[in-house]
Unconditional design. Structure first.
Length: 211
């Protein structure tokens, strides 16, 4: 099967986009005259820099294949941006899934393919595992000078609205840059972070997720 290089990335507590996801493995496999990158497991904050280093140091990489149930949304977007900058294709093969933050990484592909039996899943992003968001809420809750419960609740609502708006803007700009329909955000925002919406073949085509 050719030369293989396996890089195992350890999970850093608190940086994932959701619980229960496993550490990522990145495997580079010779494929014909080129190479493919196999990415599986949790997407972490440091993974964007690692993917960039891999792409920067090999002109033979033609495709990145994903099998991941998510992780850091921001890192997923940054991975997608690196893939697009290097003009590499992306694929989800039969029997594998790409969900949550992984979908954003997948969308960076110049050519995007989901094989029969592969699945893409989307849902709303959550701030529950965002360190900056948690720190902002903690400051409100632990502020000894503020004993007004109603005031604390209002401040937390304002924080939540701001973080949500920033995340939505980031997602919308990225989808536009990748040539994906903004209508994809409808099922994204309609689906709780605790649930998953598996995109149908018709939706994949309709939203230009595959091209």
């Amino acid at each position: 099967m050719g030369r293989r290089l396996i890089l195992v990335f350890l999970v850093v507590a608190g940086v994932l986009d959701g619980p229960g996801v496993r550490a990522a493995e990145v495997e580079i496999v010779d494929h014909g005259s080129g190479q493919i990158v196999l990415f599986s497991g949790a997407i972490q904050r440091a993974d964007a820099a690692r993917i960039m280093a891999i792409l920067d140091h090999s002109e033979r990489i033609r495709e990145v294949r994903f099998d991941s149930r998510g992780g850091s949304l921001e890192s997923g977007i940054e991975i997608g941006e690196q893939i697009r900058a290097h003009r590499v294709a992306t694929r989800v093969t039969a029997g594998t899934v790409c969900a949550s933050a992984c979908v954003y990484a997948f969308l960076g592909g110049m050519i995007r393919v989901v094989d029969d039996g592969g699945r893409l899943g989307i849902h709303m992003a959550s701030g529950a595992f965002n360190d900056d968001y948690l720190a902002a809420v903690k400051r409100v809750l632990l502020d000894p000078a503020d004993t007004d419960i109603d005031g604390k609740v209002r401040r937390i609502i304002l924080i939540n609205e701001q973080f949500s708006a920033i995340a939505a803007r980031r997602q919308a700009r990225y989808l536009t840059q990748m040539g994906v329909s903004l209508r994809l955000l409808d099922p994204v925002f309609d689906t709780s972070h605790l649930d998953i919406h598996w995109l149908t073949p018709a939706e994949l085509r309709d939203y230009n997720v595959v091209n």
